[in-house]
Design a protein around this ligand. Structure first.
Ligand code: NAD
Length: 443
Protein backbone atom coordinates (compact mmCIF):
# COMPACT_ATOMS: atom_id res chain seq x y z
CA UNK A 1 0.00 0.00 0.00
CA UNK A 2 1.58 3.27 -1.06
CA UNK A 3 1.76 6.25 1.23
CA UNK A 4 -0.46 8.33 -1.06
CA UNK A 5 -3.47 6.25 0.05
CA UNK A 6 -2.89 7.09 3.69
CA UNK A 7 -4.61 9.89 5.52
CA UNK A 8 -2.69 12.63 7.24
CA UNK A 9 -3.36 12.84 10.97
CA UNK A 10 -1.90 16.34 11.05
CA UNK A 11 -4.98 17.55 9.19
CA UNK A 12 -7.45 16.15 11.76
CA UNK A 13 -8.98 18.86 13.90
CA UNK A 14 -8.30 18.15 17.59
CA UNK A 15 -11.13 17.12 19.91
CA UNK A 16 -11.08 20.33 21.90
CA UNK A 17 -13.99 21.49 24.02
CA UNK A 18 -17.22 19.71 24.71
CA UNK A 19 -19.11 17.28 22.50
CA UNK A 20 -22.92 17.44 22.76
CA UNK A 21 -24.64 14.10 22.18
CA UNK A 22 -28.26 14.63 21.18
CA UNK A 23 -30.70 11.76 21.51
CA UNK A 24 -34.19 12.12 20.10
CA UNK A 25 -35.87 9.57 22.37
CA UNK A 26 -35.10 9.36 26.10
CA UNK A 27 -36.26 5.80 26.70
CA UNK A 28 -34.56 2.55 27.67
CA UNK A 29 -31.56 2.77 25.34
CA UNK A 30 -30.83 6.48 25.80
CA UNK A 31 -31.08 6.41 29.60
CA UNK A 32 -28.98 3.24 29.84
CA UNK A 33 -26.39 4.96 27.67
CA UNK A 34 -26.37 8.21 29.64
CA UNK A 35 -26.40 6.56 33.08
CA UNK A 36 -23.66 4.21 31.90
CA UNK A 37 -21.38 7.00 30.68
CA UNK A 38 -21.86 8.85 33.96
CA UNK A 39 -21.07 5.72 35.99
CA UNK A 40 -17.93 5.14 33.94
CA UNK A 41 -16.92 8.77 34.37
CA UNK A 42 -17.25 8.36 38.13
CA UNK A 43 -15.20 5.17 38.07
CA UNK A 44 -18.18 3.05 39.15
CA UNK A 45 -18.44 0.75 36.11
CA UNK A 46 -16.50 -0.45 33.08
CA UNK A 47 -17.57 0.52 29.53
CA UNK A 48 -18.00 -3.08 28.42
CA UNK A 49 -19.18 -3.46 24.83
CA UNK A 50 -17.63 -0.23 23.59
CA UNK A 51 -14.84 -0.37 21.01
CA UNK A 52 -13.94 3.27 21.50
CA UNK A 53 -13.26 2.61 25.20
CA UNK A 54 -11.94 -0.95 25.30
CA UNK A 55 -10.74 -2.23 21.91
CA UNK A 56 -7.21 -2.17 20.59
CA UNK A 57 -6.01 -1.86 17.01
CA UNK A 58 -2.92 -3.59 15.68
CA UNK A 59 -0.53 -1.34 13.79
CA UNK A 60 2.31 -2.45 11.52
CA UNK A 61 3.73 -5.96 11.53
CA UNK A 62 2.78 -8.60 14.10
CA UNK A 63 6.38 -8.54 15.27
CA UNK A 64 6.18 -4.78 15.98
CA UNK A 65 3.99 -5.38 19.03
CA UNK A 66 2.08 -2.16 18.50
CA UNK A 67 -1.53 -2.60 19.58
CA UNK A 68 -2.69 0.60 21.25
CA UNK A 69 -6.16 1.15 22.57
CA UNK A 70 -8.24 2.79 19.83
CA UNK A 71 -8.85 5.75 22.14
CA UNK A 72 -5.10 6.25 22.55
CA UNK A 73 -4.47 5.92 18.81
CA UNK A 74 -7.30 8.08 17.48
CA UNK A 75 -8.06 11.58 18.81
CA UNK A 76 -11.55 10.87 20.12
CA UNK A 77 -13.54 13.06 22.46
CA UNK A 78 -13.17 11.74 26.01
CA UNK A 79 -16.12 10.73 28.15
CA UNK A 80 -15.53 13.78 30.33
CA UNK A 81 -16.05 16.02 27.30
CA UNK A 82 -19.58 14.75 26.67
CA UNK A 83 -22.73 16.71 27.48
CA UNK A 84 -26.15 15.18 26.91
CA UNK A 85 -29.34 16.55 25.40
CA UNK A 86 -32.55 14.72 24.54
CA UNK A 87 -36.04 15.19 23.17
CA UNK A 88 -39.00 13.03 24.13
CA UNK A 89 -42.77 13.47 23.88
CA UNK A 90 -42.99 11.94 27.37
CA UNK A 91 -41.83 14.61 29.84
CA UNK A 92 -39.99 12.28 32.27
CA UNK A 93 -36.46 13.31 33.18
CA UNK A 94 -33.69 10.78 32.52
CA UNK A 95 -33.87 9.34 36.04
CA UNK A 96 -37.63 8.77 35.96
CA UNK A 97 -37.39 7.37 32.44
CA UNK A 98 -34.57 5.02 33.49
CA UNK A 99 -36.53 3.77 36.50
CA UNK A 100 -39.58 3.16 34.29
CA UNK A 101 -37.47 1.40 31.66
CA UNK A 102 -36.30 -1.02 34.35
CA UNK A 103 -32.99 -1.84 32.72
CA UNK A 104 -30.54 -0.73 35.40
CA UNK A 105 -31.02 -1.63 39.04
CA UNK A 106 -31.75 0.94 41.70
CA UNK A 107 -28.25 0.33 43.11
CA UNK A 108 -26.74 1.33 39.79
CA UNK A 109 -29.03 4.32 39.24
CA UNK A 110 -28.92 5.90 42.69
CA UNK A 111 -25.29 7.06 42.64
CA UNK A 112 -25.98 8.97 39.41
CA UNK A 113 -29.57 9.97 40.21
CA UNK A 114 -28.80 13.68 40.61
CA UNK A 115 -27.08 13.80 37.28
CA UNK A 116 -29.93 11.97 35.53
CA UNK A 117 -32.60 14.17 37.14
CA UNK A 118 -30.89 17.16 35.55
CA UNK A 119 -31.51 15.84 32.04
CA UNK A 120 -35.00 16.86 31.03
CA UNK A 121 -36.24 16.13 27.53
CA UNK A 122 -36.88 19.06 25.23
CA UNK A 123 -40.34 19.07 23.64
CA UNK A 124 -40.34 16.58 20.78
CA UNK A 125 -41.50 16.69 17.21
CA UNK A 126 -43.97 13.88 17.52
CA UNK A 127 -47.15 12.58 15.93
CA UNK A 128 -48.92 9.44 17.06
CA UNK A 129 -49.61 8.64 13.43
CA UNK A 130 -45.95 7.60 13.04
CA UNK A 131 -45.64 5.69 16.35
CA UNK A 132 -49.10 4.55 17.29
CA UNK A 133 -48.41 2.82 20.60
CA UNK A 134 -46.91 5.76 22.53
CA UNK A 135 -49.27 7.18 25.17
CA UNK A 136 -48.77 10.19 27.44
CA UNK A 137 -47.15 12.29 24.72
CA UNK A 138 -47.59 15.73 26.27
CA UNK A 139 -44.15 17.20 25.69
CA UNK A 140 -44.63 18.02 22.05
CA UNK A 141 -43.86 20.98 19.79
CA UNK A 142 -46.45 22.63 17.62
CA UNK A 143 -46.13 24.69 14.46
CA UNK A 144 -47.96 25.29 11.22
CA UNK A 145 -45.55 23.35 9.04
CA UNK A 146 -43.04 20.56 9.34
CA UNK A 147 -40.36 22.98 8.14
CA UNK A 148 -41.13 25.21 11.16
CA UNK A 149 -40.84 22.19 13.43
CA UNK A 150 -37.44 21.41 11.95
CA UNK A 151 -36.43 25.04 12.54
CA UNK A 152 -37.45 24.67 16.20
CA UNK A 153 -35.22 21.61 16.49
CA UNK A 154 -32.37 23.57 14.95
CA UNK A 155 -32.90 26.32 17.51
CA UNK A 156 -32.87 23.70 20.31
CA UNK A 157 -29.53 22.42 19.05
CA UNK A 158 -28.00 25.89 18.82
CA UNK A 159 -29.34 26.94 22.21
CA UNK A 160 -28.12 23.79 23.93
CA UNK A 161 -24.67 24.04 22.38
CA UNK A 162 -24.39 27.66 23.43
CA UNK A 163 -25.68 27.14 26.96
CA UNK A 164 -23.33 24.20 27.51
CA UNK A 165 -20.31 25.55 25.73
CA UNK A 166 -20.28 22.63 23.29
CA UNK A 167 -18.05 23.00 20.25
CA UNK A 168 -19.35 20.01 18.33
CA UNK A 169 -22.35 17.70 18.33
CA UNK A 170 -23.53 14.27 17.25
CA UNK A 171 -27.12 13.05 17.12
CA UNK A 172 -28.13 9.43 17.63
CA UNK A 173 -31.81 8.58 17.11
CA UNK A 174 -32.89 6.47 20.07
CA UNK A 175 -36.57 7.18 19.53
CA UNK A 176 -39.23 4.61 18.77
CA UNK A 177 -39.45 2.77 15.49
CA UNK A 178 -41.77 4.67 13.18
CA UNK A 179 -44.20 3.15 10.71
CA UNK A 180 -42.83 1.87 7.43
CA UNK A 181 -42.24 4.59 4.84
CA UNK A 182 -40.58 4.00 1.48
CA UNK A 183 -38.52 6.77 -0.10
CA UNK A 184 -40.67 8.58 -2.66
CA UNK A 185 -40.23 11.61 -4.93
CA UNK A 186 -40.30 13.83 -1.79
CA UNK A 187 -37.01 12.26 -0.71
CA UNK A 188 -35.04 12.52 -3.92
CA UNK A 189 -33.72 16.10 -3.85
CA UNK A 190 -33.18 18.72 -1.17
CA UNK A 191 -35.67 21.01 -2.92
CA UNK A 192 -38.36 18.32 -3.05
CA UNK A 193 -37.76 17.47 0.61
CA UNK A 194 -37.98 21.09 1.73
CA UNK A 195 -41.12 21.63 -0.34
CA UNK A 196 -42.66 18.52 1.23
CA UNK A 197 -41.86 19.90 4.70
CA UNK A 198 -43.56 23.18 3.75
CA UNK A 199 -46.61 21.27 2.54
CA UNK A 200 -46.79 18.99 5.59
CA UNK A 201 -46.49 15.97 3.34
CA UNK A 202 -47.20 12.81 5.33
CA UNK A 203 -44.18 11.10 3.78
CA UNK A 204 -42.03 13.33 6.01
CA UNK A 205 -41.83 11.57 9.38
CA UNK A 206 -40.61 13.26 12.59
CA UNK A 207 -37.29 11.36 12.55
CA UNK A 208 -36.52 12.94 9.16
CA UNK A 209 -36.99 16.41 10.65
CA UNK A 210 -34.47 15.63 13.39
CA UNK A 211 -32.02 14.33 10.79
CA UNK A 212 -32.53 17.42 8.64
CA UNK A 213 -32.06 19.71 11.66
CA UNK A 214 -28.85 17.92 12.69
CA UNK A 215 -27.35 18.06 9.23
CA UNK A 216 -28.29 21.72 8.78
CA UNK A 217 -26.54 22.48 12.08
CA UNK A 218 -23.41 20.58 11.02
CA UNK A 219 -24.04 17.73 13.43
CA UNK A 220 -23.38 14.07 12.61
CA UNK A 221 -26.50 11.92 12.38
CA UNK A 222 -26.77 8.24 13.35
CA UNK A 223 -29.98 6.26 13.45
CA UNK A 224 -30.53 3.52 16.01
CA UNK A 225 -33.92 2.53 14.61
CA UNK A 226 -34.91 1.18 11.20
CA UNK A 227 -36.93 4.26 10.12
CA UNK A 228 -35.85 5.85 6.85
CA UNK A 229 -34.73 9.06 8.67
CA UNK A 230 -31.64 10.11 6.68
CA UNK A 231 -31.29 7.16 4.35
CA UNK A 232 -32.44 8.80 1.11
CA UNK A 233 -30.82 10.93 -1.59
CA UNK A 234 -32.02 14.36 -0.38
CA UNK A 235 -30.45 14.13 3.08
CA UNK A 236 -27.33 12.35 1.85
CA UNK A 237 -26.84 15.20 -0.61
CA UNK A 238 -27.43 17.73 2.16
CA UNK A 239 -24.90 15.91 4.39
CA UNK A 240 -22.32 16.02 1.60
CA UNK A 241 -22.95 19.71 1.05
CA UNK A 242 -22.69 20.55 4.74
CA UNK A 243 -19.68 18.32 5.45
CA UNK A 244 -21.70 16.19 7.86
CA UNK A 245 -21.44 12.43 8.34
CA UNK A 246 -24.37 10.00 8.31
CA UNK A 247 -24.11 6.24 8.70
CA UNK A 248 -26.84 3.60 8.85
CA UNK A 249 -30.05 2.39 10.43
CA UNK A 250 -31.02 0.16 13.34
CA UNK A 251 -28.51 -0.89 15.97
CA UNK A 252 -27.19 -4.38 15.38
CA UNK A 253 -27.52 -5.82 18.86
CA UNK A 254 -29.13 -9.20 19.67
CA UNK A 255 -30.41 -11.74 17.21
CA UNK A 256 -29.19 -9.94 14.09
CA UNK A 257 -25.73 -9.53 15.57
CA UNK A 258 -25.65 -13.32 16.13
CA UNK A 259 -26.86 -13.84 12.55
CA UNK A 260 -24.03 -11.78 11.16
CA UNK A 261 -21.58 -13.90 13.18
CA UNK A 262 -23.02 -17.34 12.39
CA UNK A 263 -23.99 -16.90 8.73
CA UNK A 264 -20.47 -15.86 7.59
CA UNK A 265 -19.14 -18.94 9.41
CA UNK A 266 -21.51 -21.23 7.51
CA UNK A 267 -20.70 -19.61 4.22
CA UNK A 268 -16.96 -19.72 4.89
CA UNK A 269 -17.29 -23.54 5.15
CA UNK A 270 -19.70 -23.76 2.17
CA UNK A 271 -22.45 -25.27 4.33
CA UNK A 272 -25.97 -24.83 2.96
CA UNK A 273 -29.03 -23.25 4.55
CA UNK A 274 -32.58 -24.56 4.29
CA UNK A 275 -34.16 -22.16 6.73
CA UNK A 276 -33.66 -19.80 9.62
CA UNK A 277 -36.50 -19.24 12.05
CA UNK A 278 -36.02 -16.47 14.61
CA UNK A 279 -38.45 -15.58 17.32
CA UNK A 280 -38.22 -13.26 20.31
CA UNK A 281 -40.13 -12.31 23.39
CA UNK A 282 -39.65 -8.76 24.57
CA UNK A 283 -41.59 -6.78 27.14
CA UNK A 284 -40.24 -3.23 27.06
CA UNK A 285 -41.85 -0.22 25.36
CA UNK A 286 -39.88 -0.96 22.20
CA UNK A 287 -41.56 -4.38 22.17
CA UNK A 288 -44.92 -2.70 22.63
CA UNK A 289 -44.28 -0.26 19.76
CA UNK A 290 -43.15 -3.16 17.56
CA UNK A 291 -46.39 -4.95 18.37
CA UNK A 292 -48.01 -2.53 15.93
CA UNK A 293 -47.75 -4.21 12.50
CA UNK A 294 -46.80 -0.92 10.78
CA UNK A 295 -43.79 -0.38 13.07
CA UNK A 296 -42.92 -4.08 12.95
CA UNK A 297 -42.81 -3.98 9.14
CA UNK A 298 -40.04 -1.36 9.35
CA UNK A 299 -38.12 -3.64 11.74
CA UNK A 300 -38.81 -6.78 9.74
CA UNK A 301 -37.40 -5.31 6.53
CA UNK A 302 -34.27 -4.39 8.45
CA UNK A 303 -33.91 -7.81 10.08
CA UNK A 304 -34.60 -9.85 6.94
CA UNK A 305 -32.06 -8.18 4.71
CA UNK A 306 -28.87 -9.44 6.35
CA UNK A 307 -28.89 -13.12 5.40
CA UNK A 308 -29.30 -12.65 1.66
CA UNK A 309 -26.40 -10.26 1.37
CA UNK A 310 -24.12 -12.46 3.45
CA UNK A 311 -25.05 -15.76 1.79
CA UNK A 312 -25.40 -14.52 -1.82
CA UNK A 313 -27.90 -17.13 -3.06
CA UNK A 314 -27.48 -15.84 -6.62
CA UNK A 315 -23.83 -16.89 -6.50
CA UNK A 316 -24.38 -20.13 -4.58
CA UNK A 317 -27.81 -21.43 -5.64
CA UNK A 318 -27.06 -25.01 -4.57
CA UNK A 319 -26.43 -23.84 -1.03
CA UNK A 320 -28.73 -20.91 -0.48
CA UNK A 321 -31.45 -20.65 -3.13
CA UNK A 322 -34.91 -20.13 -1.62
CA UNK A 323 -33.97 -20.63 2.02
CA UNK A 324 -36.81 -19.77 4.29
CA UNK A 325 -36.26 -16.86 6.70
CA UNK A 326 -38.84 -15.95 9.31
CA UNK A 327 -38.49 -13.28 12.01
CA UNK A 328 -41.02 -12.80 14.80
CA UNK A 329 -41.10 -10.38 17.72
CA UNK A 330 -43.70 -11.05 20.36
CA UNK A 331 -44.59 -8.45 22.95
CA UNK A 332 -44.54 -10.24 26.29
CA UNK A 333 -44.58 -7.76 29.21
CA UNK A 334 -43.16 -9.96 32.02
CA UNK A 335 -39.72 -9.99 30.39
CA UNK A 336 -39.26 -6.22 30.22
CA UNK A 337 -35.99 -5.31 28.54
CA UNK A 338 -34.62 -8.83 29.04
CA UNK A 339 -35.37 -10.20 25.63
CA UNK A 340 -35.18 -13.91 24.95
CA UNK A 341 -34.52 -14.99 21.40
CA UNK A 342 -34.64 -18.45 19.85
CA UNK A 343 -33.13 -19.30 16.52
CA UNK A 344 -33.63 -22.58 14.74
CA UNK A 345 -31.23 -22.92 11.85
CA UNK A 346 -31.67 -25.80 9.38
CA UNK A 347 -28.38 -26.30 7.62
CA UNK A 348 -27.09 -28.93 5.23
CA UNK A 349 -23.65 -30.47 4.91
CA UNK A 350 -21.71 -32.98 2.82
CA UNK A 351 -23.98 -34.76 0.30
CA UNK A 352 -26.89 -32.65 1.50
CA UNK A 353 -27.28 -34.24 4.97
CA UNK A 354 -29.39 -32.03 7.24
CA UNK A 355 -28.27 -30.63 10.59
CA UNK A 356 -29.66 -28.08 13.00
CA UNK A 357 -28.22 -25.28 15.09
CA UNK A 358 -30.25 -23.88 18.00
CA UNK A 359 -29.46 -20.58 19.63
CA UNK A 360 -31.18 -19.44 22.80
CA UNK A 361 -30.02 -15.93 23.56
CA UNK A 362 -31.07 -14.44 26.89
CA UNK A 363 -29.97 -10.89 26.34
CA UNK A 364 -30.62 -7.42 27.64
CA UNK A 365 -31.58 -5.20 24.77
CA UNK A 366 -30.49 -1.84 26.08
CA UNK A 367 -27.31 -3.21 27.67
CA UNK A 368 -26.28 -4.31 24.19
CA UNK A 369 -27.37 -1.06 22.52
CA UNK A 370 -25.97 1.55 24.95
CA UNK A 371 -22.27 1.18 24.01
CA UNK A 372 -23.23 1.43 20.34
CA UNK A 373 -24.71 4.87 20.95
CA UNK A 374 -21.44 5.97 22.51
CA UNK A 375 -19.22 4.53 19.79
CA UNK A 376 -21.32 5.93 16.96
CA UNK A 377 -21.30 9.41 18.46
CA UNK A 378 -17.55 9.39 19.15
CA UNK A 379 -16.54 7.87 15.82
CA UNK A 380 -18.88 10.15 13.86
CA UNK A 381 -17.47 13.20 15.61
CA UNK A 382 -13.96 11.97 14.85
CA UNK A 383 -14.80 11.29 11.19
CA UNK A 384 -16.13 14.79 10.77
CA UNK A 385 -13.02 16.31 12.32
CA UNK A 386 -10.97 14.16 9.93
CA UNK A 387 -12.76 15.78 6.97
CA UNK A 388 -15.08 12.87 6.13
CA UNK A 389 -18.60 13.66 4.98
CA UNK A 390 -21.73 11.92 3.73
CA UNK A 391 -22.19 8.16 4.13
CA UNK A 392 -19.69 6.44 6.43
CA UNK A 393 -19.73 2.82 5.34
CA UNK A 394 -17.03 1.93 7.85
CA UNK A 395 -19.63 2.35 10.62
CA UNK A 396 -21.71 -0.52 9.11
CA UNK A 397 -20.35 -2.60 12.01
CA UNK A 398 -22.99 -1.05 14.25
CA UNK A 399 -26.07 -1.40 12.06
CA UNK A 400 -28.57 -3.94 10.87
CA UNK A 401 -29.10 -1.78 7.79
CA UNK A 402 -25.85 -0.12 6.82
CA UNK A 403 -26.08 2.89 4.54
CA UNK A 404 -24.01 2.56 1.36
CA UNK A 405 -23.46 4.40 -1.90
CA UNK A 406 -26.16 3.83 -4.55
CA UNK A 407 -25.56 0.60 -6.46
CA UNK A 408 -23.48 -1.01 -3.69
CA UNK A 409 -24.58 -4.05 -1.70
CA UNK A 410 -24.17 -3.36 2.01
CA UNK A 411 -21.62 -5.49 3.83
CA UNK A 412 -23.25 -7.41 6.69
CA UNK A 413 -20.51 -9.84 7.76
CA UNK A 414 -19.49 -8.61 11.22
CA UNK A 415 -15.83 -9.48 10.75
CA UNK A 416 -15.51 -7.77 7.37
CA UNK A 417 -17.24 -4.78 8.96
CA UNK A 418 -14.75 -4.85 11.83
CA UNK A 419 -11.81 -4.98 9.42
CA UNK A 420 -13.29 -2.10 7.46
CA UNK A 421 -13.71 -0.07 10.65
CA UNK A 422 -10.18 -0.66 11.89
CA UNK A 423 -8.65 -0.15 8.45
CA UNK A 424 -10.47 3.16 8.18
CA UNK A 425 -8.98 4.24 11.50
CA UNK A 426 -5.52 3.14 10.29
CA UNK A 427 -6.08 4.98 7.02
CA UNK A 428 -7.19 8.22 8.65
CA UNK A 429 -4.26 8.09 11.07
CA UNK A 430 -1.71 7.55 8.28
CA UNK A 431 -0.94 3.92 9.20
CA UNK A 432 -0.55 0.98 6.81
CA UNK A 433 -3.61 -1.17 6.05
CA UNK A 434 -3.47 -4.70 7.40
CA UNK A 435 -4.04 -7.35 4.74
CA UNK A 436 -3.45 -10.47 6.89
CA UNK A 437 -1.33 -11.91 4.06
CA UNK A 438 1.58 -12.52 6.44
CA UNK A 439 4.00 -14.01 3.88
CA UNK A 440 6.73 -11.68 5.08
CA UNK A 441 7.10 -13.71 8.28
CA UNK A 442 8.18 -16.76 6.25
CA UNK A 443 10.76 -15.30 3.85
N1 NAD B 1 -32.16 -2.01 22.37
C1 NAD B 1 -31.82 -2.61 21.27
O1 NAD B 1 -31.17 -3.64 21.29
C2 NAD B 1 -32.18 -1.98 19.97
C3 NAD B 1 -31.66 -2.53 18.82
C4 NAD B 1 -31.96 -1.96 17.60
C5 NAD B 1 -32.78 -0.87 17.55
N2 NAD B 1 -33.31 -0.35 18.67
C6 NAD B 1 -34.19 0.80 18.54
O2 NAD B 1 -33.81 1.83 19.39
C7 NAD B 1 -34.96 2.63 19.64
C8 NAD B 1 -35.04 2.91 21.13
O3 NAD B 1 -35.30 1.71 21.83
P1 NAD B 1 -35.75 1.78 23.36
O4 NAD B 1 -35.74 0.40 23.87
O5 NAD B 1 -34.99 2.83 24.07
O6 NAD B 1 -37.28 2.24 23.21
P2 NAD B 1 -38.14 3.08 24.26
O7 NAD B 1 -39.56 2.90 23.87
O8 NAD B 1 -37.75 2.76 25.66
O9 NAD B 1 -37.69 4.58 24.00
C9 NAD B 1 -38.01 5.26 22.85
C10 NAD B 1 -38.39 6.67 23.25
O10 NAD B 1 -38.55 7.43 22.05
C11 NAD B 1 -39.56 8.36 22.28
N3 NAD B 1 -40.01 8.88 21.01
C12 NAD B 1 -40.87 8.36 20.11
N4 NAD B 1 -41.02 9.18 19.08
C13 NAD B 1 -40.23 10.25 19.30
C14 NAD B 1 -39.99 11.45 18.60
N5 NAD B 1 -40.59 11.69 17.45
N6 NAD B 1 -39.12 12.34 19.13
C15 NAD B 1 -38.48 12.09 20.30
N7 NAD B 1 -38.70 10.97 21.02
C16 NAD B 1 -39.56 10.07 20.52
C17 NAD B 1 -40.59 7.58 23.07
O11 NAD B 1 -41.47 8.42 23.78
C18 NAD B 1 -39.71 6.77 23.99
O12 NAD B 1 -39.49 7.40 25.24
C19 NAD B 1 -36.16 1.87 19.11
O13 NAD B 1 -36.54 2.39 17.86
C20 NAD B 1 -35.62 0.47 18.93
O14 NAD B 1 -36.29 -0.25 17.91
C21 NAD B 1 -33.03 -0.88 19.90
Amino acid sequence: MSDTTRGNPATIAPATGKLAIFTPGLGAVATTFIAGVERVRRGLSAPIGSLTQMATVRLGKRTDNRSPLIKDFVPLATLNDIVFAAWDPIPDDAYTAAVKAGVLTKEDLEPVADFLKGIKPMPAVFENKYVTRITGATNVKSAKTKRELAEQLRADIRNFMKANGAERGAMVWTGSTEIFIKAGPQHQTIEAFEKAMDENDEAIAPSMLYAYAAIMEGIAYCNGAPNLSADFPALVELANQKGVVVSGKDFKTGQTWMKTVIAPGMKARMLGLEGWYSTNILGNRDGEVLDDPASFKTKEESKLSVLHTILQPEKYPELYKDFSHVVRINYYPPRGDNKEGWDNIDIKGWLGYPMQIKVNFLCRDSILAAPLVLDLALFSDFAQRAGMKGIQEWLSFYYKSPQVAPGLQPEHDLFIQQTKLKNTLRHLMGEEQITHLGLEYYQ
